[in-house]
Design a protein around this ligand. Sequence first.
Ligand SMILES: Nc1ncnc2c1ncn2[C@@H]1O[C@H](COP(=O)(O)OP(=O)(O)OP(=O)(O)O)[C@@H](O)[C@H]1O
Ligand SMILES: [Mg+2]
Length: 193
Amino acid sequence: MAGFPMEKRLDDFDLSFQPSLDPTVIRDLASLRFIHNAENVVFLGPPGVGKTYLAIALGYEAIRQGFRVYFANASNLIERLIKAKYENKLEERIKGLTKFHLLIVDEMGYLPFNSEGAHCFFNLISRRYEKSSTIFTSNKSYGEWGEILGDHLIAAAVLDRILHHSTTINIKGDSYRLKERRKHGVFTHSLSG
Ligand SMILES: Nc1ncnc2c1ncn2[C@@H]1O[C@H](COP(=O)(O)OP(=O)(O)OP(=O)(O)O)[C@@H](O)[C@H]1O
Ligand SMILES: [Mg+2]
C-alpha cells in the first residue's frame, strides 16, 4: 500500500561498496529519529549508487515501527497533483498526503517540472514543512534544482524549507548496476570495440 517499487532492507545494503557513506550516519537514520523530529533526508548522487535503495529501506523500517509511509516517483506525483488541481481537488489531495508521517519523493531531477508542477510541489512542501518528514532522492545538486522546478525563486523557497531541518547524504561512488554488469561479463570497454 505504501507504493514501494521493490522490497529493500537496510541489513542487505553493501556499505563496503560505497566508502563515501558514513555508517554512523546510516545507523542514525535507521533509528528514525528524523521522523520523530519531522526532519527531511536528501540522498544525492549519480545513477546506481543506492539512493532509491536506502530510501525504500528506511521506509520499510518506518512501517515496521508503525509510521504511515508513502513512496512516490517525483514526476508521477507532480502529474497527479496537476490533475487534481484541474479537478479542483488539489487541496484535498495535498491534505491526503499530509497524513503520512514519511513521504518518499524519488527521482527529483530526471524529468523537469512545468510551472504548474512547480507550484503544486511548493504547495506540498509548505504543507509538510515542520510537520512531517520527507525523503528525496536526486541526481542533481541543489544548485541545479532551479532547473528541475523551472523557476529559481520557487526552487530557493522550496530548498529553504526542505533544508531547514534536514540531513543531506551525498553518495560519491560507482554504480552498483555497473558492478553487477561487470560481474556478469556484460560490460564492454567501448561500443566501438
Ligand atoms: N550498496 C548496495 N548494496 C546492495 N545493492 C545495491 C547497493 N547499491 C545499489 N544496489 C542495487 O543496485 C541497483 C541500483 O540502486 P538504486 O536503484 O538504489 O540506485 P539509485 O541511486 O536510485 O540510481 P538512479 O539515480 O538511477 O535512480 C538496485 O537494484 C539496488 O538494489
Ligand atoms: Mg533511484
